[in-house]
Write a protein that binds this ligand. Structure first.
Ligand code: FMN
Length: 318
């Protein structure tokens, strides 16, 4: 099975990707959180921090672009190609209201005609292989019939499907029946993404969908960074390597931000998921949400490693 790491804005930064690869590994490709090209066609310092090749050395990474303008997508993929990457990904899944209000991310799925014209222009000009990460639609899974017809007209390197609709956000269960119906009708290779949290979840998925040989792991990988390694027959995370992982990240963020407050904030977002790898972590999860200062963060992290029992699998749901 091929394993991809999903992009999570604010969490799977270049520091996360490097630390994860060095300590746990097992990932075939890391997808970067999206960047949204501005009409002026300038990469910001923040965007470059994640995109710069020096921050992604020796790592299979795929930059992700979110836009509804073909011209901007073509400009962005050209930058990505010049930086040395071999693939660009289009975000058609982000459910956030501020994004969809602009017709971007999952919001683009409400405009199939415009999406088709966008793809037509992109694929007649693009010089980089392009994959797409999509939801099933806005309100109903049935919307995917029309969307799949469009995707089928273009040579995507991969179609990554998260089988929820925009209105689901991350709630409810994934719509596996709709995924099953779409699978044989896709002309492009399909990657599955959604709610795989334990090795058991992945085994159940593979049993039902033996033809899908690539899965993308998001929150499950954050909650249990050793999940990809376990899927390859390796060991669960141990306390020392997890501590090394969180400390490498915290230190990296402190250096990158130049002040510890921003670093603690980044770490809180990571712990929102990672706490699920500890038994009875709820009390600490509540405390973590209330953390205000770097000192509070450092004490709480030390307390988690000292007091809580580490599990072999993350306890979902996330
Ligand atoms: C906090 C957060 C940030 C995310 N950021 C992105 C993003 O930048 N690009 C993207 O395509 N998906 C993003 N996603 C969606 C994930 O990549 C993934 O599709 C989703 O979490 C479902 O997979 P999972 O159940 O394995 O987590 C984000 C999800 C969360 C929870």
């Amino acid at each position: 099975m091929r394993i991809y790491a999903a992009p999570l804005e604010g969490i799977t930064t270049y520091l996360f990707r490097n630390a994860h690869r060095a300590i746990f590994g097992g990932v075939d490709k890391y997808f970067m959180p999206f960047f949204s090209p501005a009409a002026e066609h300038i990469l910001t310092v923040r965007e470059l921090r994640d995109l710069t090749p020096e921050h992604n050395m020796g790592m299979p990474v795929v930059p992700q672009v979110m836009t509804r303008r073909a011209e901007d997508f073509l400009w962005a993929t050209e930058q990505v190609r010049e930086l040395g990457y071999g693939e660009g990904n289009l975000n058609l899944g982000c459910p956030s209201g501020t994004v969809t209000a602009k017709g971007k991310g999952a919001g683009f799925l409400a405009r199939p005609e415009e999406l088709d014209a966008f793809m037509e222009e992109v694929f007649s000009k693009v010089t980089l292989p392009v994959s797409v990460k999509t939801r099933l639609g806005i309100r109903e899974a049935e919307e995917f019939d029309r969307l799949l017809e469009i995707y089928n007209r273009y040579p995507l390197t991969e179609l990554i499907i998260h089988p929820r609709v925009q209105k689901d956000f991350y709630k409810n269960t994934v719509r596996l029946d709709a995924f099953a119906a779409a699978l044989p009708r896709s002309r492009n290779p399909v990657v599955y993404n959604g709610d795989l949290v334990t090795a058991e979840d992945c085994a159940v998925f593979s049993e039902r969908f033996p033809g899908v040989d690539t899965v993308m792991l998001g929150r499950g990988l954050i909650a249990d960074p050793a999940l990809p390694r376990k899927l390859r027959g390796g060991a669960p995370a141990d306390r020392e390597e997890l501590r090394r992982f969180t400390q490498t990240l915290y230190q990296g963020y402190r250096e990158a931000y130049g002040h510890p407050g921003g670093a603690a904030q980044r770490m809180k977002e990571l712990w929102f998921y990672l706490i699920h790898l500890f038994a009875d972590g709820e009390r600490y999860a509540r405390k973590m949400r209330r953390v205000r200062s770097p000192q509070e963060y450092e004490e709480l992290e030390a307390g988690i490693f000292q007091d809580l029992v580490l599990l072999k699998e993350a306890a979902g749901p996330l």
